[in-house]
Design a protein around this ligand. Structure first.
Ligand code: ARG
Length: 475
C-alpha cells in the first residue's frame, strides 16, 4: 500500500497531513460497528465464493480468521484507539494480517459505501433493542405505581392550576401511553431500514452476479435487498426517523421528569425520592434534590439537537455518497445510547418515588376541583349546562369569600345560590364520588384504572416476547 499506507493509496505518493488524518479518522465513533462489520464480511465472502471468486477452502480460511478476530475483540474489546482510518480499514488490515493475499481479495466488488450502510443498519437493531428495554423498564415501573395507587386521589392540573381530581394511577398510565407510542415509532423506523444495502457497490451497483436476495436473508434483512444502489448508499432517512423517535421519547421522559420534580417540591410535597436517586447540596444541609429526573429532563434537549443535526447534514447533499455522511454515526449513536440511559434512569427514579397518599388525597379535595361535578348535578336537576356553569361560578366566589370548599358551603347558602339542587353535597362532591363518575373508557375512575393496569400487564408481557432480532452477533 502507498499513500501513507491507506487502503485507497494507489495514486497517492505522500501521506495525509497529520492534522487532516486526525480530522477524518472515524474509528473513535465507528468502532462500535466492528461486530456488524465482521458479520458483513462473513456474508460477503460467502457471496464471493458463490460466484466462484473464492474456493471453499479459501472461504473456510477467511471465516476462521473472522471468527478468531471476533473472539479476540469480544474478549479484549475493539481497539478504538487504533490509527486505522475507520472500522472497515481496521477489519481489512486484521484479516490481511491473518490471511495475507486472501484478505486482500475480500473487498472485490464492494465499497465501504454499501458496507457502512449495511453495518449501521445491523448495529441499529441492537441500539433500538436497548431503547426498547429502557421503555419496558420505565413502563413497568409506571404500571407498578398505577397498580399501587389505582384508587388513590391526587389533584389534576391544567395550566398548572388545580382542575379536577385524578388518581395517581391514572397519572402514571398517562405517561406509559406516550412511551408506548415511542416504542411503535422505534419499531416502525427499524422496519423501514429492513432492506439490505450490501451489493450496491460504491453507487452504481456491483458488477458481480451476486445473489443479493440470499445476502439479505443471511444478514437477517426481512425486506430483501435495497432496490436502488444510489439510494441505498446515500439514504439516511431511517436514521432521522430513529433520531426523531429518540427525541420524542426523550421529550416524553422529560415531561414525566418535570411532573415528578414538581410533585417533589415543597409547594406540593406529593412525593419524595429515596436516597438512591436524590442528591444533597454541598452548602445547604437541608436539601434533597431530584437530580435524577433533572438530568433526564436536561438530556432531552441534546436528543432534539441530534435530530436537527442529522437533517441539516442531509439537506442539500447531492446523490450519492458524500463523506459528510460519516458524521451520521457520531450524531445518532450517542443519542440512542443516551435515550436508553434516560429511560433506565427515569425507571429507577419512578421506582424510588414514594407518594404521600394522605397528602395527595387531602389536596385532591381542595381548590374547588369538584366544581364541574357540581355543575353536572345541576344539569341532572334540569338546568342547562351553560346556566349551571354560571351558577357554580358564583357559588365558587361565595365559597372563596367564606374560606370554605364547595361541599362545605352552609345549607342556607346552597339554597340561596343553587335552589335547584336536591342532593347532599357532602356526599355527591366527595372525591371518591367525583372519581367514580369518570368511568367511561379512558377515564380516571379506580375501576377503569384497574382495567388499564391489567391491559398494560398483558401488553408488557407481549413486549417481552417480541424483540428486534437485534444484536450484531445474530446477524
Ligand atoms: N467511514 C466512512 C463512513 O462512515 C465510510 C467510508 C467511505 N469513504 C469513502 N471515501 N467513500 O461514511
Amino acid at each position: 500500500m502507498t499513500g501513507g499506507g491507506q487502503m485507497w493509496g494507489g495514486r497517492f505518493a505522500a501521506a495525509l497531513d497529520p492534522e487532516f488524518a486526525r480530522f477524518q479518522h472515524s474509528l473513535p465513533h465507528d468502532h462500535v460497528l466492528a461486530f456488524a462489520d465482521l458479520a458483513t464480511n462473513r456474508a460477503w465472502s460467502r457471496a464471493l465464493a458463490a460466484v466462484g471468486l473464492l474456493t471453499a477452502t479459501e472461504l473456510g480460511t477467511l471465516h476462521a480468521a473472522i471468527d478468531e478476530l471476533e473472539a479476540r475483540w469480544r474478549r479484549d474489546g475493539v481497539p478504538a484507539g487504533d490509527p486505522a482510518e475507520d472500522v472497515h480499514s481496521l477489519v481489512e488490515r486484521e484479516l490481511v494480517a491473518r490471511c495475507g493475499d486472501l484478505g486482500k481479495r475480500l473487498h472485490t466488488g464492494r465499497s465501504r459505501n454499501d458496507q457502512v450502510a449495511t453495518d449501521l443498519r445491523l448495529h441499529l437493531r441492537q441500539c433500538v433493542q436497548d431503547c426498547l428495554d429502557g421503555l419496558h423498564r420505565l413502563c413497568a415501573a409506571l404500571v407498578d405505581q398505577a397498580e399501587r395507587h389505582a384508587a388513590a386521589p391526587m389533584p389534576g392540573y391544567t395550566h398548572l392550576q388545580r382542575a379536577q381530581p385524578i388518581t395517581i394511577g391514572h397519572h402514571a398510565l398517562a405517561h406509559a401511553e406516550a412511551l408506548g407510542r415511542d416504542r411503535d415509532r422505534l419499531l416502525a423506523a427499524l422496519r423501514r431500514s429492513a432492506q439490505c444495502p450490501l451489493g450496491s457497490g460504491a453507487l452504481a451497483g456491483t458488477a458481480l452476479p451476486i445473489d443479493r436476495e440470499a445476502l439479505a436473508a443471511e444478514l437477517g434483512f426481512d425486506g430483501g435487498p435495497t432496490r436502488n444502489s444510489l439510494d441505498a448508499t446515500s439514504a439516511r432517512d431511517h436514521l432521522c426517523e430513529l433520531a426523531f423517535a429518540c427525541a420524542m421519547a426523550g421529550t416524553h421522559v422529560s415531561r414525566l421528569a418535570e411532573d415528578y420534580v414538581f410533585f417533589a417540591a415543597h409547594e406540593t410535597r406529593f412525593l419524595s425520592f429515596g436516597d438512591a436517586v436524590a442528591t444533597g447540596s454541598s452548602l445547604m444541609p437541608q436539601k434533597r434534590n431530584p437530580d435524577a429526573m433533572e438530568l433526564v429532563r436536561g438530556r432531552a434537549g441534546r436528543l432534539q439537537g441530534a435530530l436537527a443535526a442529522l437533517l441539516a447534514t442531509l439537506k442539500g447533499l447531492p446523490l450519492a455518497y458524500n463523506r459528510d455522511l460519516q458524521t451520521d454515526k457520531e450524531t445518532l449513536l450517542p443519542a440512542m445510547r443516551e435515550t436508553a440511559d434516560c429511560l433506565a434512569i427515569a425507571a429507577l427514579a419512578v421506582q424510588h418515588a414514594t407518594f404521600d397518599v394522605d397528602r395527595c388525597a387531602a389536596e385532591a379535595a381542595r381548590g374547588y376541583q369538584n366544581a364541574t361535578d357540581l355543575a353536572d348535578l345541576l344539569v341532572a336537576a334540569g338546568v342547562p349546562f351553560r346556566d349551571a356553569h354560571g351558577l357554580v361560578g358564583a357559588a365558587v366566589n361565595r365559597a372563596v369569600e367564606l374560606g370554605v370548599e364547595l361541599h362545605e358551603l352552609p345549607p342556607a347558602e346552597v339554597r340561596r345560590l343553587l335552589p335547584q339542587l336536591q342532593v347532599d353535597l357532602q356526599q355527591a362532591l366527595a372525591v371518591p364520588a367525583v372519581l367514580a363518575r369518570r368511568d367511561a373508557v379512558g377515564g380516571t375512575s379506580p375501576a377503569r384504572v384497574r382495567q388499564e393496569v391489567a391491559r398494560w400487564r398483558r401488553q408488557l408481557a407481549a413486549w417481552t416476547a417480541t424483540a428486534t432480532n437485534g444484536g450484531d452477533e445474530d446477524a
